[in-house]
Every structure is written in C-alpha cells, then in structure tokens.
Design a binder for this molecule. Sequence first.
Ligand SMILES: Nc1ncnc2c1ncn2[C@@H]1O[C@H](COP(=O)(O)OP(=O)(O)OP(=O)(O)O)[C@@H](O)[C@H]1O
Length: 764
Amino acid sequence: MAGEGRLSFSVASVVEDVLQQHGNRPRDLDLESRKAEEAASRRYEAAGWLRKMVGVVAARDLPAEPSEEEFRLGLRSGIILCNVINKVQPGAVPKVVESPDTVLVPDGAALSAYQYFENVRNFLVAVQEMGLPTFEASDLEQGGKSARVVNCVLALKSYGEWKQTGGNGVWKFGGTIKSTSLGTKSFIRKNSEPFMNSLSRTSSINEKSLNSHSDLDSNKMSSSGSFSMLVRAVLLDKKPEEIPTVVESVLSKLVEEFEHRIASQYEQMKTAPYHVNKSLLKSAIVDKKGEDKNVKGSKREECFQKNNISDEELKSQSLKQKMIFDQQHEDIQELKHTLHTTKAGIQFMQMKFHEEFSNLGIHIHGLAHAASGYHRVLEENRKLYNQVQDLKGSIRVYCRVRPFLSGQSNYLSTVDHIEEGNITINTPSKHGKGWKSFSFNKVYGPSATQAEVFSDMQPLIRSVLDGYNVCIFAYGQTGSGKTYTMTGPRELTEKSQGVNYRALSDLFLIAEQRKDIFRYDVAVQMLEIYNEQVRDLLVTDGSNRRLEIRNSSQTGLNVPDASLIPVSSTADVINLMNLGQKNRAVGATALNDRSSRSHSCLTVHVQGKDLTSGTMYRGCMHLVDLAGSERVNKSEVTGDRLKEAQHINRSLSALGDVIASLAQKNPHVPYRNSKLTQLLQDSLGGQAKTLMFVHISPEPDAVGETISTLKFAERVATVELGAARVNKDSSDVKELKEQVLTLSVTVISIEFCNFCFIVLKQFE
Ligand SMILES: Nc1ncnc2c1ncn2[C@@H]1O[C@H](COP(=O)(O)OP(=O)(O)OP(=O)(O)O)[C@@H](O)[C@H]1O
C-alpha cells in the first residue's frame, strides 16, 4: 500500500536523522566489513570465554583471537566444548574422550573418527537437550559455518552466566528458561524485547533467526528491512550501555513522526470524503501497528493512547458528519417537496390562466357582438329621439316679448301678463280697457335671456346631425327683436350671442363627440329673398344675380347655384355671416332699411357618414330672419315700398298657409305660393321640425301690430298645440317614454361595454 510505503520510507528517514545525530551515515558503511567485524568480535568473545572456562593450557589449541579456521580447528576435537558444557551444566557430557597424547595435531590432520564423532556428538546432544542453539558437526570441518558454532558457544556462555546469577527470572539474552528447562528442549522468546531479531548480539537468536537475518541482508530487503539493517549498523560500533540512549532517540523520532503522520492524515480526513478518510486512517493505523510490532514499552502505550484519542476524535467527527449528512438529506427532501409543490402550483396557475383566457375570449366575443349591436341601437335611439321631438310638436311656436328700449321705461306695456304658454295683451277699446290672450308653446318675457330661448330649440340641433331638417324662424314687426334673437345685439358678447351662434356651436360640439362613429361634413349657404328674388349673400365679387330654386336636387340643395362654403368651426360660420350681412347692407338705401324688407336665410348643410356601416345622413338647418311683419297701409305707401310690402305680406301669408296646412295635415301644402316656402319646402313638413319665434314689442303704440302678429302666429300654433296637448297624455307618449328610458339604459350599458372592450384591447 501507498501508506505503507510512505510510512516505511518515513521510518528510514527517521533512522537516518538519528544516525546523523550520532555522527554515522549508513550509506558510508561497508556492510560486508562490518559484518566481518561483527563475526570476528563474536568469535573472539566465544574463544575468550572457552579459554577462560578450560584454562589456557587445555585451550592451547584455541587462540584468544582466532581466525575462523583457527576457531574451527581448535574446537574440532570437541574436547574443549565438552569440558566447557560440563562446567556450565555438570554431567551434560558424561564421558569426554581425551586425546591420547597432548601432542598438537598438525594443522589439517584428521582426528580419529571416534574422537570426532563421540565428543562433538555428545556436545551437540547436550546442547540440544538444554534447548540451546546447535550446529552441524560438519560446521567444524573445512568450509563449515563457524558462525553457527560461535552462536552456540555464546548461547552457552549466556546461559552459564545466567545460571551463575541464580538462574531465576529472565534469561538475559535469549529467553526465559522454564523451571523444567533443564529437561526441556527450547527457550521461550521474549517478544517484548525491541529489535530482538536484528539487534541481539548475544545470540539468543536461534538458527532460523540467523538465517532470516542473513536473508534480510542478502536481499537488500524492503524498506522495513533497510530500517533494521540501518539500526544494526548504528548499533554495531556502540557499546551495550550506549544502546538504550540511541534506541530511545530512534523511538522518540518514530513516535514524533507517527504523531505527525496521524495529525496530517486526520486533517486530510476532515476535508476528504468520510469513507476515504476512514480507510486512509485505517491503513495508517495498520501501518502504525505494523511498525509498532517492533516498538515496545511505554512509548508504544503512549502511542496507543494517542491512537485512542484519535479514534475518539474520529468517532466524534464521524458522528458530526453523519449529523450533517442527515440534515442535508432532510433539506434535500424538503427542497424536493417544495419543488413538487411549486410545480403543482405552476400547473394550477397555468390551468387557471387558460381558463381565464378562455373566459376572457368569450367575454370579448360577447363585447364584440354587443359593439356590433351598438350601432343598431343607436339608429333606433335616433328614430325614437326624433319621435319624441315630433310628439313635442314638429311645429312649435314661441313668443318673445322685447324689453323696453332705453328711454322708454315710463311707457305702459301692452303685455298685461304672461302665464306659461299664454300671453295677455291690453287692448284699447271704445268701452275702456280690454284684454286679449294668445297661446303658444312657450312665452318668453322681456327678462328672458338668450340662453333660455336657445334651450328650447337646442334638442333639434341633434336632430340635424341625425339627418333631419329643421327650420327656425324669427317672425315679428320691425324692431321687435328678431335679429337680436337670431344673432344678438350689435356689440356681441358670449352671453348675448343669439340662436345662430349657439346652434352652430352645439352642432360642431356634437359632431366632435361623435367623430369616432360618424364623420360630418358641414357647409353653409346664405341667401336673401327680396321682392321674391333669391340672391346669394356669400358672394365675394359683388355680383348680385338672381338664383333659381330647384327642389328636385339630388344633393339636397334647393339652390344649387348659391355659394356653398364648407366650415369646420363656429368662427368660420361667423365670418360668413358677417360677409352676408355686409352684402345685404349693400342693397339698402338711406331711406329703405333693406334688412327689414327682405328675408335672410342661413342654411347649414350637414352630411354625416356612419364610419361602421357607411350609411349617409343628410340634414339641414335653416335659420331664417324674416322681414318685418308690419302691415303696410296702401294709402300711405307707393312705388317700391308698396311693392316690397306686398311681397313681404304675400310671402309671410304663404308661410302661414303652409305651416297651417302642415299642422292640420292637409293633403295639399301650398309651398309654391312664395319663394320663401318654395326654398324651405324640404324643411317644412314631413319629419322636419319647425320652430317659430314670434316677437312682439311692448310699446302701447304698436299694440295693433302686436295683436296682428299674435293672431298670425296663433293660427299656426293652435292646430299644432291642440295635437300636442292631445298626445301629451296619451298612452303612446307613456309607452314611448318608457322605450326611450329603456333604450337610454341600453345605450349606457353598451357604451360601458364598448369602453371595456377598448380597455381590453389596450392590454392585448
Ligand atoms: N330681448 C332684447 N333685449 C334687449 N334688447 C333687445 C331685445 N330685443 C331687441 N332688442 C334691441 O331692440 C332693437 C331692435 O332690435 P332688432 O334690430 O333685433 O329688431 P328687428 O326685429 O330685427 O328689426 P329689423 O326688422 O329692422 O331687423 C335693437 O337695438 C336690439 O338690440
């Protein structure tokens, strides 16, 4: 294993450090010579001890420091060996065959076979019985292994010395001999001795150990073998008493190294996956244990203690890691659950979204359907609205009393009193005071404002935009306030603006409001009828030619040759009216105020197009300022004045006849009796609406004319008023009102739907 390799190498490094500390470097040693030195040393020791045991005389054949050969030859007879063993263990060799003479046998001469066999055999048997290391008899021959003989002798020496000290306890170098050891064959090795196999120099080592030792040397070994060899090399030249210090040093270093290794592996384990750390640590522990086989005593216990601490730390760490793992596992499960819930939520939202989207589609479809129906409803609304206007009366007559002009405040008014649609006039009579009452749609007193007067005609402006024709007349004697009602005073203010301005302002306002649904084109004509001649008042070249009236025109223009000026605002119309007034004044003379002697007619042509359906609507509004209605006394006027008066009377009478015929629903309406009725033919009768503002002056001296005017107007109004009054309470009116109400609600709903539709479209 890698760990083992690292550890072995580490041990070698440690030893090397120790060797350096002790001034020796193993790689500088000549191992062979050291080995030889060691062998010689051991041989000398063995020889010295044998000589000492038998005496120098008996050991004369054995030098104190013999060579291998001398050592072998000296012991070959077996006499020294047997005598020595008998001294150590008396009676071990019962009979020693002594040499027949003491003559030194020449070197290399063979002893008698008997001597050779008997002594050596007896010695080897005795040694074997004592459990000491033995050798082969052939080891004493030439080429034999003298080292084994040396080992045997040294073992015997050790045993002898141990025995001399009492033979109790631990045998110093080899083992513990049992009480029966004398009779037994072997020693028991003491395993707690460190480096027993490699370090023992006193030959407690048996033959097998020596062989393995030799193998280790010869094979150059593994790193642990190297380690042993190196330690041996260190110890070779050390005295026995020095060994403990060196060994102590080596062991300390080893322990330090192991602790360092353990600590570093523990650090690795903290960062590496749990199981890997564990296996590494295990291997480290195994390695350490392997090394520790040779490390005994207190140092090893200390090391084990530290290992135990590491184990505890490891267990604690493992427990922590397990807790973290469990927590992470729980978190993952929770996240999975959350993910699952979120997915389900999203799916639900998607489903809801599709559902909502689908509903929205249906709703939009409904709205689109409603929007398409919106125009149909509008059309119906338009018709109903105008029916209501009809029920109010397609011909309405209003009476307006002019206030006294400045400087006339002392006069007594001809108007006695005004009550709703009735006006009572003071009439002078031969028998004193008299009264005469007249009925109209409404009577405006002298204090009525321009706005109040306009409010009654305002609903008809919408009818014009819906394609209906409207005629608004200002009737009355000269100076009664016709122009004031239709246009306003000379000094115009917003408040004093007349019907014309207000009607046109309204018309453009409504057209603007409807611009998304309708497109309106507005154009203006301004004509004058003087002495039954029709003239164009909007000419700019000063021409004053007569114009023809053609009622059959497809364009809706009865006077197609008159100037038709497109307008897009009230200001445009005012400018044109000013132009018309200017042209009208051209014809006036100092003695003849033409504005009172002619009818002026401002006609606003409106053409509307339904942008959805393409339907065209065409309507027009005639704003007519009639000539003065005062009667002309034929005896008092002649010439042109008489002619003017006759034309005016005839045309006003024709107008009265037409309106009366319309009101009475006569099959024949005499439009052709005057240019005025001819011009207004399309706007009088049918679905057209007619409004007449009858003006009277309050001055008593004009009471005759006032009564005459009122009689004329009442002739128009009475029939219509009668019909209106009948209809007012009829069930038709009630039903129609309900329909209008329902329709209004529908229109509002549809308007709202349309608004929603537009808003939804914005979101698309
Ligand atoms: N309601 C009114 N309030 C205040 N002033 C008025 C009113 N009506 C008319 N007048 C004034 O009376 C005078 C005559 O009015 P106006 O010119 O409108 O009469 P007319 O009928 O149009 O006359 P003509 O037929 O000559 O045109 C003017 O000065 C006008 O300002």
